[in-house]
Write a protein that binds this ligand. Sequence first.
Ligand SMILES: Cc1cc2nc3c(=O)[nH]c(=O)nc-3n(C[C@H](O)[C@H](O)[C@H](O)COP(=O)(O)OP(=O)(O)OC[C@H]3O[C@@H](n4cnc5c(N)ncnc54)[C@H](O)[C@@H]3O)c2cc1C
Length: 340
Amino acid sequence: MLEIAKNVSLLDHNTLGVTAQTYAYSAIDSDGALRDALQYAEQHGLPSLVLGGGSNIVLSDDFPGLVIHMRQRGISASTIDGGVALRVAAGENWDALLRYCLDQGWYGLENLIAIPGSVGAAPVQNIGAYGVELSQCLAWVEGWDRRLGERRRLSAEQCQLAYRDSIFKGALRDQFIITEVGLHLRHRAQANTEYPALRQFLIEHGESPEEVHPRVVAQAVAAIRAAKLPDLHAEPNAGSFFKNPLVSADAATQLLIDFPEMAHWPMPDGQVKLAAAWLVDQCGWKGRRLGPVGVHPKQAIVLVNYQQGRGEDILALADAIIGDVAQRFGVQLAIEPRVY
Ligand SMILES: Cc1cc2nc3c(=O)[nH]c(=O)nc-3n(C[C@H](O)[C@H](O)[C@H](O)COP(=O)(O)OP(=O)(O)OC[C@H]3O[C@@H](n4cnc5c(N)ncnc54)[C@H](O)[C@@H]3O)c2cc1C
């Protein structure tokens, strides 16, 4: 049965620790409850916000509608050639799933360890870290298509996964609610150790990047992340606040004349990816504060809510940074979390 609570605080439901309320809130644990919640929102003319772990959102103000909190649980596995096909409910915790898979001897996700949030949100921005993206393991997603009013399956290709992007941020934004995710994992214990910082860490710890077991890679990535990223409880944040910008090869060449030390990576499509952290750092923002919020002293793209700031404080800081980067480099930074 659908349960709706009114005037609920979202403080514990967003990792930025923003104090905001929602007019209505429902924890969803089945497809039936999801359909009822959507019907309730429609009947009452309320906007809806689909929520997972709240680790990639900025609440700019109180939410005047219904928060649909995806809490469905369940993992099932079947054997496929060389590996396993998993069906995972959207409300499962991503990191817990990954650790469960490692325990079972199912490999492929290990570089994505310790990313906060739910399984259902993982395809939304095609989570990625340390040289691996979800797109490398995603087989399909299933969910409720609000435009068609029916449940349907999208193949990985139909999800249009790209760097921190997917169809769920584009044509199907707010239109498709993911209820289950299909993953294909390997039995073969072959790790991806291409990412330079990961390689270096492994070598420094006496491991051979070519032969290392995926379990060791998971431990290594978890250790690198713990040393690098602020503790969410002590320093509330939403991870990387800005995407690494992509510019044309011509624009990159021009920038490199003025800033030869600029971090950059040529992409297969001819564009060049720049390091948002480097751009922000060069503008002197690392460690600076603006009211109750600020930029982490070690991570220039992590914005921290130090003193219970509101969403508007975070967004004012982001605007100031975006303005400075645009003025100095002519590069437009884009915010990675979704702003509500
Ligand atoms: C400390 C920290 C480190 C991070 N590191 C990384 C990293 O290394 N790589 C990376 O890619 N990301 C990273 N992130 C970002 C974040 O963890 C991921 O984007 C994660 O997938 C968000 O999951 P969530 O459940 O918290 O999503 P939420 O914040 O709850 O939601 C994010 C968006 O997805 C939508 N959404 C959520 N669930 C569903 C669903 N079932 N169906 C449809 N839409 C849905 C929401 O409406 C919202 O627009 C980090 C965040 C933090 C705080």
